[in-house]
Write a protein of this length. Structure first.
Lengths: 288, 366
């Protein structure tokens, strides 16, 4: 068929198409690619020797350690929490179920700074619960437990949000079949529920981890910015920058960027796996 | 293993799904739970399995109270309407599941499990599919695998929820015949749910007809069809031709139509006469005892007999009448659409307006 005979689809004018593509590319370049390249360029600007010394700086190492420590506590906590919550709201009927599904989104709706302030008010030494805890010599705010608490709060919807729609769509049938066949609660979870949700669960975990590592607002309120003690990597970047140590700030920033790129890679892989799992397998022509 | 239900009730919120159900299901029989959607038949099946809990009442298996027994402990085979195969397991893994989750002490060794799975696959005639995934199977194949999986635990009770509901007509017929043969061979107690009257009557030893959470009638397929005890069962099992009118001096009449009652019918008032399609003859002129003028609306030739759909002339019926005649008769008579004819009842069932049980009438002298 010749080019002139083919009918154009709606919006399929060449100039519309190319100007939209051009606009999207320009914006991507300006807003995403150049800043990312700059981070690495700045980090390497003073030469590899200085990069290494910046990386092995005591405070930087402490910040990396604390960030990984917080993520290592937050991710498993929210994994368990998310699975339980998703199970609860998709497998049981109870009054307030709909309200609970809405409440899950609160950490997304509230600004992280506000969340940090709330925790400070509640658990700070002048706070409501904090005063009582201080009498018992327990300090939560301006210490790592506080950082973990706000990070858990900020990241808690990710896993549940991924699982709830999937589990709703899959329904209860397979689980009922497993129980009728004699599976115990644990066997049911391990052999039936978990394999069905594993990729969505991993996706939620990757997102939780990315956010836990990168969280700034809520953590900065409750951390107290004590170098080498309560400084996470994002806070450390800001601190170095305020000290006019640009190369150092960008070195730490490039670390965070690396984690982000890795996250994207894993995320794409999981999405690819999920799509493959959902894809209908080629039609079988056998009769019954 | 026999199943007994005693006074079982079930509510979903305000809605009462089951109203005081008592039922005995004898050992070794194939029982069909038949009813329109919302009649509570699936709920009843799920209560027997233990997937729903009963309010009040008791459930007994072979005389033993299992009301408080968990689904897991009841050891029934259950086949779900949409198969509920484990999508991430192969066919063989699906069938082996019930054996794999047994406590270590009771679990057969791996080689024995493999052998049993192979036997079951052989039994459902799908041995060549053992390493396929459920998404790669047709509906009929999935249903057979679901059945094999349920039978792997050697249950004495097999429960099936609308087992053929999602299959097309041809496959459904094959599977139905195959399930009946399997049941006759293995002799478990089976209960299946269906909304298809034909399926229930063809497949079951006994049929339980349900409506609005209550049991309407229990009986063999023949008894149910020949002697329905209520208007509902009459309406629900097969087509029925109705003449509603007033009965005076042994004559039921409405508009141009009338039927003379046989000797001994002495009631009067508003009545309805129910006639099965095979209990009516068609002729060119009215008979002595009946004047039921009808016009032929459509003719369906497919099947063992020719089915005529007829509309009343000079009187009213809520639904068109349906009468079956043999192909021989049809060829002799050669009726056309639009032709006029007269219905003559041989046997009929008379309902008073307030009555639930009919009175059976017979016009043919034996």
């Amino acid at each position: 068929m010749s080019r002139t005979q083919s009918t154009l689809r709606i919006g399929d004018q060449p100039w519309v198409k190319w100007s939209l593509i051009g606009l999207a590319l320009t914006l991507t370049l300006l807003l995403l690619v150049i800043p990312l390249v700059l981070i690495f360029a700045q980090a390497f600007s003073a030469g590899p020797g200085s990069l290494w010394s910046n990386l092995t700086d005591t405070y930087t190492l402490a910040a990396i350690g604390l960030t990984l420590f917080v993520a290592a506590l937050t991710v498993p906590l929210n994994l368990v929490f998310g699975v339980f919550l998703a199970w609860l709201v998709t497998r049981f009927e109870f009054p307030g179920r709909k309200v609970l599904i809405t409440l899950i989104d609160i950490p997304f709706a509230v600004s992280p700074v506000v969340a940090g302030l709330l925790y400070l008010l509640l658990y700070g030494s002048n706070g409501w619960l904090g005063g009582w805890l201080a009498d018992k010599d327990i300090q939560l705010m301006f210490a790592w437990p506080g950082i973990v608490m706000v990070t858990v709060f900020v990241t808690c919807p990710f896993v549940a949000r991924e699982l709830i729609p999937l589990m709703q769509q899959q329904g209860r049938d397979e689980e009922e079949a497993a129980v009728v066949l004699g599976a115990s609660g644990w066997q049911l979870f391990r052999k039936v529920t978990l394999p069905n949700i594993q990729w969505a669960l991993l996706y939620g975990v990757v997102l939780t981890n990315a956010r836990a590592v990168g969280e700034f607002g809520a953590v900065s309120v409750v951390s107290g910015n004590i170098r080498g003690e309560t400084n996470t990597l994002p806070l450390h970047v800001e601190l170095l920058y305020q000290d006019y140590n640009v190369a150092g700030a960008f070195t730490s920033a490039s670390l965070l960027a690396c984690i982000a790129l890795l996250t994207l890679l894993v995320k794409s892989f999981i999405e690819w796996r999920q799509a493959r799992q959902r894809m209908p397998v080629s039609d079988q022509s056998d009769s019954i | 293993m026999s199943i007994s239900l005693e006074g079982v009730n079930k509510h979903f919120g305000q809605f009462q799904a089951l109203k005081d159900i008592s039922l005995d299901i004898p050992d070794g029989q194939l029982t069909g739970l038949l009813g329109p959607s919302g009649s509570g038949k699936t709920t009843l099946l799920r209560i027997i399995a233990g997937l729903e809990s009963a309010e009040h009442g008791r459930i007994l298996f072979h005389g033993k109270d299992v009301t408080r027994l968990h689904v897991r402990e009841r050891r029934v085979g259950f086949v779900f309407q949409h198969y509920a195969l484990f999508r991430h397991m192969t066919v063989a893994q699906n069938i082996a599941f019930g054996l794999e989750v047994l406590p270590r002490a009771q679990r057969p060794p791996a080689a024995e499990i493999r052998r049993q799975v192979a036997d079951l696959l052989e039994m459902v005639q799908l041995g060549h599919l053992s390493s396929r995934y459920p998404a790669q199977l047709s509906g009929g194949q999935k249903q057979r695998i679901a059945l094999a999986r349920a039978l792997a635990m050697k249950p004495e009770i097999l429960l099936l929820d609308e087992p053929f509901g999602a299959l097309d007509a041809k496959v459904r017929k094959d599977l139905r015949r195959w399930l009946r043969a399997l049941h006759d061979e293995l002799h478990f107690t089976s209960v299946f749910v269906t909304h298809d009257q034909e399926e229930a009557l063809e497949l079951s030893d006994r049929v339980v007809v349900m409506s609005a959470g209550k049991i309407e009638q229990v009986g063999g397929p023949q008894a149910l069809y020949a002697e329905p005890e209520s208007r509902f069962v009459f309406d629900f099992l097969g087509h029925v031709n109705v003449l509603g009118g007033s009965l005076e001096q042994q004559r039921l009449s409405q508009g141009d139509a009338w039927v003379q009652m046989p000797e001994g019918v002495d009631c009067a008032g508003e009545m309805q006469l129910y006639l099965r399609p095979h209990e009516v003859r068609l002729q060119n002129c009215p008979a002595l005892h009946a004047h039921l003028p009808l016009r032929i609306e459509s003719i369906s030739l497919i099947g063992a007999e020719v089915r005529l759909e007829l509309t009343p002339c000079g009187w009213d019926a809520q639904e068109p009448w349906e009468v079956g005649i043999s192909h021989v008769e049809f060829n002799r008579w050669q009726p056309q659409r639009g032709d006029r004819c007269y219905a003559v009842p041989d046997v009929g069932h008379l309902f008073g307006i307030e009555q639930t049980r009919p009175r059976t009438l017979n016009w043919v002298e034996d």
